[in-house]
Design a protein around this ligand. Structure first.
Ligand code: GA4
Length: 319
């Protein structure tokens, strides 16, 4: 178990909360753009996703994780999709978490797949609404470009249910937090996370201090993924984050990761590249990026390998 040192005293969150139903469309777009630039993370309220649907999904998820191990394993070992317990990804990363990772397009013969279908549609629509507003805020001409990638019938978006059972190490000095899901950035375009009322999510801004995001089951936590950092030529930040296991209560998070189709090309949008802001990244496909992601450890700074002037040795040789 990884135990955090006493020195790490996380500060409380100052991530923006944006009310999607308030004010003029232009004002909301502006707030979203600012939040993506300053924190890469923000909360959204009055998001239009029914609370009943959220509760139903959460209930089904808890029901799934309460099944005997043998039943959960029937979904298939996480490779990388499926049911996983403690093992994260394919390169030896571990955490105090059990999870179910599903492709949003696949149908699974498990009880929760019915609720999941409805829930995924609702959060994908929310992600698309946010992306459309962001593009308007950035003054881009094609304001449906990003959402069309998520809506594409070949979109590579995934849905993840994380269950962090109560976990603390009584032999360790206080605070006795254990890492549930280690530090990383999300590779996709946009992430929409819902968690129950148990805290655990932390983000790391430039100064390397951890900021705790307090849970709010009536809101969604939204964050910029690596692909959106590339598309905005580094103007938006894909911020590193982690989840701590709580010592007393189970934490459940339900996360939609909006991604483009595998064959989609990614590079900075032409309107965000100019003499003052030269292109920071080279052209690559989402498939290429995903392969790199899975060939490296969780916390690797993989975006650095796709910088405009980065030698491509690792990518060419190792993938
Ligand atoms: C982090 C974001 C998503 O949960 C995820 C994760 C994926 C996995 O658990 O299979 C990864 C991780 C995530 C980034 C680095 C690689 C891939 C585990 C891992 C060690 C589903 C994703 O797309 O990337």
């Amino acid at each position: 178990m990884v135990v955090l040192s006493e020195k790490s005293h996380p500060s409380l969150s100052n991530v923006p909360t944006i009310d999607l139903s308030c004010g003029k469309r232009g004002a909301v777009s502006e707030l979203l753009v600012k939040a993506c630039e300053s924190h890469g993370f923000f909360m959204v309220r009055n998001h239009g996703v029914s609370q009943d649907l959220v509760k139903k999904m959460e209930m089904e998820a808890f029901r799934f994780f309460a099944l005997p191990e043998s039943e959960k394993e029937k979904v298939g070992p996480a490779n990388p999709l499926g049911y996983g317990c403690r093992k994260i990804g394919l390169n030896g990363d571990v955490g105090r978490v059990e999870y179910l990772l599903l492709h949003t397009r696949a149908s699974y013969p498990i009880r929760l797949s019915h609720a999941a279908k409805e829930y995924i549609t609702a959060v994908r629509d929310l992600a698309c609404q946010i992306l459309d507003l962001i593009e308007e805020g950035l003054g881009l001409c094609d304001t449906k470009l990003l959402s069309s990638l998520l809506r594409d019938c070949e979109s590579d978006s995934v849905f993840r249910l994380n269950h962090y059972p109560p976990c603390r190490d009584l032999s360790a000095p206080s605070p006795r937090y254990a890492i549930g899901f280690g530090e990383h950035s999300d590779p996709q375009i946009l992430t929409i996370l819902h968690s129950n009322e148990t805290p655990g999510l932390q983000i790391s801004l430039q100064d390397e201090n951890w900021i705790t995001i307090p849970p709010d089951p009536t809101s969604f936590c939204v964050n910029v993924g690596d692909a959106l950092q590339v598309l905005t030529n580094g103007r938006f930040k894909s911020v590193r984050h982690r989840a701590l296991a709580n010592g007393f209560k189970p934490r459940l998070s339900m996360v939609y990761f909006g991604a483009p189709p595998l064959h989609s090309y990614l590079s900075p949008l032409p309107q965000l590249v100019n003499e003052e802001h030269p292109s920071l990244y080279r052209l690559f496909t989402w498939c290429e990026y995903k392969k790199a992601t899975y060939s490296l450890r969780l916390g690797h700074n993989r975006l650095d390998l796709f910088r405009a002037h980065e030698p491509r040795m690792l990518i060419d040789k190792d993938l």
